[in-house]
Design a binder for this molecule. Structure first.
Ligand code: IPM
Ligand code: MG
Length: 378
């Protein structure tokens, strides 16, 4: 029996092919595991009214961690229309499975590294190496939303001014969740010898929720005097990240801000083809390329699978297979630096699987420590 049981959730659209690419690299790297395929995605919404069926949640409960490809999400009206006729009018609402997994399994850290790989023609600068810690369970993502103001809300004086047809989304921020995400960011900084942690907020306007986050961040930071700590408003942070991305190291923030800033940071180092995430809790984690299912590219063997391959690398690292993770990282770095096998986003004409095979070939050439990030070299 293999040491690891992994829930394998390719999803739909390009989720399938980038997962195949990641799997090819995992196998080539000598990572041994039992992969258990799970149902997730648009197809199960249409057929069963649930894109994350209970049997898949059960699978997560009996595995060490999960690898997730991508899934299609559509706006409310389309979601309703595509539901099987017998499921219509049951009041079912579509909720993103990845957001649900994060919340149901309490995967409170969303870890998103953004590093300029040497030789990537898409790098905005060559000296970018930052990580975003995004709070993953609350904030604007709690799913408490009202298409119009509920009558009972008018008992609250602050609501009085709102027109009755205002749509409302509620943002909730707790001290507990704020502390643990900031704590995770600092622990990462210590472990990986990062110099600086920047907490990002909008406490001058979102006084209640960002106030809690900022206070919690300051409290936690006080316990890590060896790490430089600063804070920034999210709007300014967007600007600074474009202006001087090389100055940032570890960025920690609430859910929606982290969603936005991590896409911004991803674009600085090549875009979504390079953006990968770990959704990490105390005992379980789900690893995924950050991109969506890109239906228009599905089945074309065209998209860049490096994000999925790097998500797989992060997964084996989290499982403790540090040497295998390093080997994969070095193989990816070699492939990018050589620049012979490139997908269309990098100006090449190679296919998804060519990249996977290219990484697998580099794996056989041995690890080149020079190409590892300073963090992995330590
Ligand atoms: C991400 C994605 C998701 C999010 C979507 C697919 C719900 O954008 O992982 O960043 O908003 O968290
Ligand atoms: Mg996003």
């Amino acid at each position: 029996m293999s040491k690891y049981r992994i829930a394998w959730l390719p999803g739909d659209g390009i989720g399938q092919e980038v997962s195949d690419a990641a799997r090819l690299v995992l196998d080539a790297a000598g990572f041994e595991a039992e992969y258990l395929a799970g149902d997730i995605g648009w197809e199960f919404w249409c057929k069963e009214g649930d894109p994350l069926p209970p049997r898949t949640l059960e699978l997560l409960r009996t595995t060490h961690c999960a690898f997730f490809g991508a899934i299609t999400s559509k706006p409310v009206a389309d979601a309703k229309r595509e539901l099987a006729p017998e499921l219509q009018y049951r009041g079912l609402t579509y909720r993103s499975p990845i957001v649900r997994m994060r919340q149901l399994l309490d995967l409170y850290v969303c870890l998103r590294p953004c590093r300029a790989w040497r030789g990537n023609p898409l790098n905005y600068r060559e000296d970018i190496d930052l990580v975003v810690f995004r709070e993953n369970t609350e904030g604007m993502y709690i799913g408490v939303e009202f298409p119009k103001v509920p009558e009972s809300f008018y008992a609250e004086p602050a609501i009085e001014r709102l027109p009755a047809d205002a749509a409302i989304s509620i943002r909730s921020v707790t001290r507990k969740a704020s502390r643990r995400i900031v704590e995770a960011a600092f622990q990462y900084a210590v472990k990986h010898r990062r110099r600086r942690v920047t907490a990002v907020h909008k406490a001058n306007v979102l006084r209640a929720t960002c106030g809690v986050f900022l206070e919690a961040a300051q409290e936690v930071a006080a316990r890590y005097p060896q790490i430089q700590f600063d804070t920034a408003n999210v709007d300014a942070m967007g600007m600074w990240l474009v202006k001087n991305p090389q100055n940032y190291d570890v960025i920690v923030t609430t859910n929606l801000f982290g969603d936005i800033l991590s896409d911004l940071a991803a674009q600085l180092v090549g875009g979504m083809g390079f953006a990968y995430s770990g959704n990490i809790g105390d005992t379980y984690a789900v690893f995924e390329p950050t991109h969506g299912s890109a239906p228009k590219y599905a089945g074309l063997n065209k998209v860049n699978p490096l994000a999925g391959i790097l998500a797989a690398k992060m997964m084996v690292e989290w499982l403790g297979e540090v040497q295998i993770a390093r080997n994969i990282e070095s193989a990816v770095a070699q492939l990018i630096e050589r620049g012979k096998v490139r997908t269309y986003d990098m100006g090449g004409s190679a296919g998804t699987m060519d990249i996977a095979h290219g990484v697998a070939e580099s794996l056989h050439c041995g690890t080149d420590d020079r190409l590892l990030s300073p963090v992995s070299r330590r």
